[in-house]
Design a protein around this ligand. Structure first.
Ligand SMILES: Cc1ncc(C[n+]2csc(CCOP(=O)(O)OP(=O)(O)O)c2C)c(N)n1
Length: 364
């Protein structure tokens, strides 16, 4: 390729300020090039975020009751989780992390199956092919490579499938992310990278993570359009993701979206965020709540009535109650399952260990 054939860098550059469509106080913001989703989509974003938050608070409560081993809350990140997932087409695939249970529920997976991993049972409690959702990845950034390989393979097979991969600000420092971005751009793989920049990688603040002007610049270096968006604005996240999915599906290659948001809770229930961040900072972000702003916008426009809001709340409450009841039933696990589904043909050592375990269980 000669220099003249290269795309100008400016084509890839993100905006200076995050793109938004609804301000923190619920007012419409004009954003050239980023269309406002239809009213019906905005209503689905709103009810999805309400349900997502209720699921999230329920899961957090279950950790306190000893029913869930660990839960990384996505409270405050609802606009990213729901906004991005609702922009996917049925045939697309989601590649989530441990933080993204809410997004998987929004994709249609039964919440109790989603929590199987975090409950400490099977690694993945749901059938990935039923809702096109890959297993949640706990090793950081490994899902970026899975998403690129999957998308590339789908294209080779002539399928119209886009991969959406969710990753955190910390994960952008992993080598895997850089390999994934490079291959995605070179292959023009149909992938959308959504970086949820929630300010922290456990206790490491963004300033200690990167010296880049924004994480969106990481896409520019590899040759892909990079978008900076207000991650607490569900309309904007949805619109940016939908555009990126359309580009990918049209064969125009990957997009990196950085969504600026904030993790309201601690990293997980095993972490204490008060040890590394000030309450005032959290308060500031509570003012930019993603649900409150869209609700305000919809209410002001007469699209969301009090009765409709009540119905949404009742539904979310019923879903949480059902999850709670089902999580209160102890699972019965067969220890022999430890040895299943690892190798098609178990190794001699594994066969011996399985026999030893069976004998030990027999003795008890
Ligand atoms: C390869 C790898 N290294 C380290 C860890 C330990 N670890 C778990 S979460 C985390 C921070 C991740 O932060 P970020 O990517 O910003 O995502 P967030 O948890 O904020 O959603 C780290 C270092 C891990 N899971 N995998």
């Amino acid at each position: 390729m000669t220099t003249t054939e290269r795309t100008a860098a400016s084509h890839f550059l993100p905006s200076e300020e995050p793109l938004g469509l609804v301000s923190p106080d619920g007012k419409r913001v004009e954003q050239p090039g980023l269309p406002m989703p239809a009213d019906e989509v905005l209503l689905r974003l709103h009810s999805g975020m309400v349900a997502g938050r209720r699921f999230d608070t329920q899961a957090t409560a279950l950790t306190k009751q000893g029913r869930l081993a660990v839960y990384p809350s996505a409270r405050g990140q609802e606009a990213c989780e729901i906004g991005a997932v609702l922009a996917l087409r049925p045939q697309d695939w989601l590649f989530p992390t441990y933080r993204d249970s809410m997004a998987i529920v929004a994709r249609g997976v039964d919440p109790i199956e989603v929590l199987t991993l975090l409950r400490g049972d099977w690694h993945c409690g749901y059938d990935p092919y039923r809702a096109n959702v890959a297993p949640q990845c706990t090793p950081l950034a490994t899902n970026t490579l899975h998403a690129v390989g999957f998308a590339h393979a789908a294209r080779v097979k002539g399928e119209d499938t886009v991969s959406l991969v969710l990753l955190g600000d910390g994960a952008t420092s992993e080598g895997d992310t850089h390999e994934a971005l490079n291959f995605a751009a070179v292959w023009k793989a149909p992938v959308v990278f959504l970086v949820q920049n929630n300010g922290y990688a456990i206790s490491v603040p963004l300033a200690k993570q990167t010296a880049a002007p924004s994480l969106a610049y990481k896409g520019v270096g590899y040759g892909m359009p990079s978008v900076l968006v207000d991650g607490n604005d569900a309309a904007a996240v949805h619109a940016a993701t939908e555009q990126a999915v359309a580009r990918a599906a049209a064969g125009e290659g990957p997009t990196l979206i950085e969504a600026i948001t904030y993790r309201i809770e601690s990293h997980t229930n095993a972490d204490d965020a008060t040890r590394y961040r000030e309450r005032a900072e959290v308060e500031e972000w509570l003012e930019r709540d993603p649900i409150a702003r869209l609700k305000q916008y919809l209410t002001d426009r007469g699209l969301l009535t009090e009765q409709a809001q009540q119905e949404i709340d009742v539904r979310a409450e019923a879903d949480a109650a059902s999850l709670r009841e089902r999580m209160n039933i102890d699972t019965v696990l067969d220890p022999a399952e430890l040895f299943q589904h690892v190798y098609a043909e178990p190794t001699a050592a594994l066969r011996t260990q399985a026999a030893e375990l069976a004998a030990e269980l027999e003795e008890r």
